[in-house]
Design a protein around this ligand. Structure first.
Ligand SMILES: *[C@@H]1O[C@H](CO)[C@@H](O)[C@H](O)[C@H]1NC(C)=O
Ligand SMILES: *[C@@H]1O[C@H](CO)[C@@H](O)[C@H](O)[C@H]1NC(C)=O
Ligand SMILES: *[C@@H]1O[C@H](CO)[C@@H](O)[C@H](O)[C@H]1NC(C)=O
Ligand SMILES: *[C@@H]1O[C@H](CO)[C@@H](O)[C@H](O)[C@H]1NC(C)=O
Ligand SMILES: *[C@@H]1O[C@H](CO)[C@@H](O)[C@H](O)[C@H]1NC(C)=O
Ligand SMILES: *[C@@H]1O[C@H](CO)[C@@H](O)[C@H](O)[C@H]1NC(C)=O
Length: 682
């Protein structure tokens, strides 16, 4: 008897494995074919997890009068059962299906193991058109624990390792000192970890040597087409010393849910390809005195791809680099030639443009010739060509006789279609060979998680200040944070810096008409510093960066405070004060800003420094001519500030108690409309 069961189990496991090898992607645990009785009902059923099934190639002619998906725990389909909502979650009478694949979830958190059968059933005639049975001991796919990591070196350890589904591995409480120079998450086939295999992007999609982790729980996704069924082991592998620092073996025939990640294959036509990030690849080909470059990015419609030649011959460096900013705007593609003369958006420094500026704006020319720009399945693919030695001698040379250091970035475009601060960028040195002896290509399919993770991480609490008790506000500079910070709070793209008002990241201010207020402005007063010269202004539009706008654009903006006009009619800022700035500590990686759960915790990780000297004081009195919403911003750079609500009376705020501490009350907006009072400043 026992051996009989073992034999069946074995058969089932090997069948599962066979299914996923022969019939394309793994769809879950195969339950069987639907028994067909009437109305052409047919199809295969896979169990996805404890609660859901996949109907594959499902057919039904739609001619039943009162027919539903129906399930129950009795011995066979009959009136005792319940409706299983259709693929859209509705309990309507079923219509026709022709070879359709879709997922059904049992209602009310019922489990697959709670039912004996699933049917296409006509309630009126009590007739079963098709059915399938769930075997007694059936085990639906579920998360599988596969042990723990225990390395001998570099303090590698972890809590439970879980295989979440066919593509996702969760390491709980992962610990690693970050000291191996070339250690990667690494997977492959064969009896034990070795140098041959595939790099697994880290939890943020980077392909760099992995950083230090301190008891962090992370989820890794197997790249491209790889699944847990196509690998035998997972390792933290050091490619410098060829050592396996910690690993686990993937058990055979794991009963895990299928992956819901969508695989988007993209064929690059050029012979050389380098995967820069999980969501970004560059391919290229030498073409006489020119090079053809193709950038492909799994990016949003409002994002750009940047790629170019490093500003240094010996390492990857953004400053002084020569880059292409590529994006698609509607139907039109761009691959615009920029150079980077300061780590800031393009700003005017004493009449000269500095920062990330178009070559054309700084006296050079656009040396890129765009070929094609297409969007396929959400992947932006832009191809352009450039001379290796550009006629514009402000451009850098694509050397072909030795490795060339490059830089890349992905980020959002601002409202002027200029690149805002990059969200994704490398921290390591990257070089490529423009003309390798053998073509090199390590690119793989893009993947997109269309289920959960793409819902933006929750934004940090929004700061609010009212000008009831105090009429003086301190304005410092600080980092704009990740997606949960400036971007999330304002919905605007961020630059590197943002205003910190009374210690809060771009709070909204509530000020009363007729009262005089003041900002003590610590935004830097040296106009030669492209990055750190931020006079404060108040305008009626949300972006600021007044100085870089054309005369025409300027004429459409009402400046309420912070600017005076010279005798020749040029705008001049009035509130440039000495610099106070919060920065990331030396050992912090700014790309991990989103890992902080709150602004308070983030703020604590920053280092505040102030130059000697006085702030500028910007006094202003909102009057009846002011609109109800105005914005504080920087004179030089766009997107650093946020809203001021101009109100006629404070009582209309209907806030229960006046603030008591130092005249500063911190208001945090909690879910929807509930306003909570926040008393404890730290
Ligand atoms: C490694 O772990 C040990 C004990 O767990 C600790 O004493 C040591 O400081 C750790 N080393 C590093 C580099 O974190
Ligand atoms: C940037 O481009 C301009 C125009 O081509 C050139 O004059 C300048 O030297 C370039 N700067 C750098 C750092 O490459
Ligand atoms: C990049 O290379 C330079 C020069 O060799 C070196 O000083 C720097 O530390 C390297 N950077 C990284 C992140 O490895
Ligand atoms: C995504 O959003 C939904 C609805 O707000 C939430 O239930 C789910 O937990 C979120 N997923 C993640 C990964 O945050
Ligand atoms: C942020 O840190 C600064 C300096 O330590 C402090 O003055 C400020 O109150 C902090 N802000 C918040 C909201 O905790
Ligand atoms: C109202 O404010 C604006 C902008 O600050 C100022 O130009 C104007 O003179 C003020 N009007 C009055 C009546 O004070």
């Amino acid at each position: 008897m026992n051996s009989f069961w073992i034999a069946i189990c074995f058969l089932q496991i090997s069948q599962t494995v066979k299914c996923q090898e022969d019939d394309g992607p793994y769809k879950g645990k195969y339950l069987g074919k639907i028994n067909s009785y009437h109305h052409q009902v047919a199809g295969d059923v896979y169990v996805i997890d404890e609660y859901s099934i996949l109907l594959s190639s499902f057919v039904y002619d739609g001619n039943g009068a009162d027919t539903f998906f129906w399930a129950g725990a009795s011995n066979r389909p009959g009136p005792q059962g319940f409706i299983v909502p259709d693929e859209y979650g509705y309990t309507n009478v079923l219509e026709r299906y022709l070879n359709k694949d879709f997922t059904l979830t049992l209602p009310d958190k019922k489990k697959i193991t709670d039912i004996r059968w699933f049917a296409v059933y006509d309630i009126w005639s009590q007739n079963t058109f098709g059915d399938i049975y769930v075997p007694e001991e059936f085990e639906p796919p579920t998360i599988q624990n596969v042990g723990q990591l225990n390395g001998k070196k570099h303090n590698i350890s972890s809590g439970d390792i879980q295989i979440l589904d066919a593509k996702k591995i969760k390491l709980k409480h992962f610990e690693y000192d970050g000291k191996a120079k070339k250690a990667y998450f690494w997977v492959g086939v064969g009896p034990q970890p070795g140098p041959k295999g595939f790099k697994v992007p880290d939890e943020n999609g980077y392909l760099e040597p992995i950083r230090a982790y301190k008891e962090e729980t992370i989820i890794l996704e197997l790249p491209g087409d790889l699944t847990i069924f196509t690998i035998d082991w997972f390792s933290i592998y050091d490619h410098e010393t060829h050592e396996n620092l910690g690993s686990f073996i993937v058990p055979d025939g794991l009963n895990v849910p299928p992956s819901l990640v969508k695989i988007i294959s993209h064929k690059n036509d050029l012979p050389n390809c380098l995967q820069l990030h999980k969501d970004f690849q560059v391919s290229w080909e030498l073409f006489g005195p020119q090079v053809t470059i193709q950038l492909a990015g799994n990016i949003g419609d409002d994002e750009y791809m940047a790629f170019g030649i490093s500003g240094s011959h010996t390492q990857s460096q953004m400053l002084n680099s020569d880059v292409t900013i590529a994006y698609i705007d509607g139907y039109r593609g761009f691959a615009t030639d920029y150079n980077i003369t300061a780590l800031a958006p393009c700003v005017k420094v004493l009449g000269q443009y500095k920062g990330v500026c178009k070559d054309e704006l700084v006296g050079g020319q656009d040396s890129n010739q765009i070929h094609t720009a297409v969007k396929e399945n959400g992947i932006q693919i832009i191809t352009y060509r450039r001379f290796l030695i550009s006629p514009d001698n402000g451009d850098k040379e694509y050397v072909t006789d030795k490795p060339l250091f490059i830089i890349w970035a992905l980020g959002k475009l601002d409202d002027k279609k200029e690149p805002a601060f990059h969200d994704k960028y490398p921290k390591t040195n990257i070089s490529i060979e423009i003309n390798p002896k053998e073509p090199t290509n390590n690119c793989y399919s893009f993947t997109r998680d269309e289920t959960g993770k793409s819902n933006l991480t929750e934004i940090w609490e929004k700061g609010e200040l009212d000008g009831k008790a105090s009429r003086v506000f301190n304005a410092y500079l600080g980092p704009s944070g990740g997606r949960r910070a400036y971007q999330g709070i304002t919905g605007q793209p961020s630059t590197s810096l943002a205003w910190y008002i009374n210690g809060m990241l771009v709070p909204e201010l509530w000020l009363r008409r007729g009262l005089t207020y003041a900002f003590k402005v610590y935004g830097g007063k040296n106009p030669h510093m492209a990055e750190l010269y931020h006079p404060l202004i108040i305008t009626d539009e949300s972006h600021g960066g007044f100085d870089r706008l054309t005369d025409e654009a300027q004429s459409k903006i009402r400046v309420l405070a912070g600017i005076e006009y010279s005798r020749r009619g040029r705008p001049r800022p009035t509130a440039a004060g000495s610099l106070c700035i919060a920065r990331h500590a030396e050992n912090r990686d700014r790309r991990l800003d989103d890992d902080f759960p709150s602004f308070k915790k983030y703020n604590r990780s920053l280092v505040y420094t102030c130059e000697e000297g006085d702030p500028a004081v910007l006094e202003f009195t909102p009057n009846t001519s002011w609109p109800d919403t105005v914005y504080y911003n920087s004179f030089t750079q766009a997107n650093m500030g946020w809203k001021i609500h101009v109100i006629d009376t404070f009582s209309s705020l209907s806030r229960s108690s006046a603030s008591k501490q130092n005249g500063i009350s911190l208001w945090f907006l909690l879910v929807s409309v509930v306003l909570l009072r926040y008393d404890d400043v730290m």
